[in-house]
Design a protein around this ligand. Structure first.
Ligand code: DQA
Length: 144
């Protein structure tokens, strides 16, 4: 079992960036816990602030992972190109958000990428990533 997490723009600043919304915990610390929690899952991690890099990563991993957990950050609300990348590969993608985007500004209510995703998890803080991994594991168990 191999899962790819991809974080988009400004998510390299987790722990520092708007802590009232995104929390105070550093990403590396959370990722360490996540990997310990799932010793049988290889969890690969990639972050970029650039749209094209995110697309390149989706294309690179999108044919040989069991799932992609994608927080596309603000590109969620704008990027047809990321939607197309998600639809171009055969690995299922789960869209995640740390905050509950539906409780925030109206421009965050619409996602360009949900249409291509297996599902969407938002509003559970960093735990949104674990819930996405659980969804991938549950899906693969029921398919076996
Ligand atoms: C986010 C929500 C987006 O609207 C925002 O642009 C982000 C983070 C979240 O995880 O809550 O960068 O994806």
């Amino acid at each position: 079992m191999r899962i790819q997490i991809i974080n988009g723009p400004n998510l390299n600043l987790l722990g520092v960036r708007e802590p009232a919304i995104y929390g105070k915990r550093a990403w590396e610390d959370y990722l360490k816990d996540l990997r310990q929690r799932y010793p049988n899952v290889r969890i690969d991690y990639y972050q970029s602030n650039l749209e094209g890099d995110i697309i390149n990563k989706i294309q690179e991993v999108g044919f040989d992972r069991d799932g992609i957990v994608l927080n596309a950050g603000a590109y969620t609300h704008t990027s047809v190109a990321i939607l197309d990348a998600i639809k171009s590969v055969n690995t299922p993608t789960i869209e995640v958000h740390i905050s509950n985007v539906h409780q925030r500004e109206e421009f965050r209510h619409h996602s360009m990428i949900s249409q291509g995703c297996m599902g969407v998890i938002c509003g559970f803080g960093l735990d949104s990533y674990r819930l996405a991994i659980e969804a991938i594991l549950t899906k693969s168990e029921t398919e076996e």
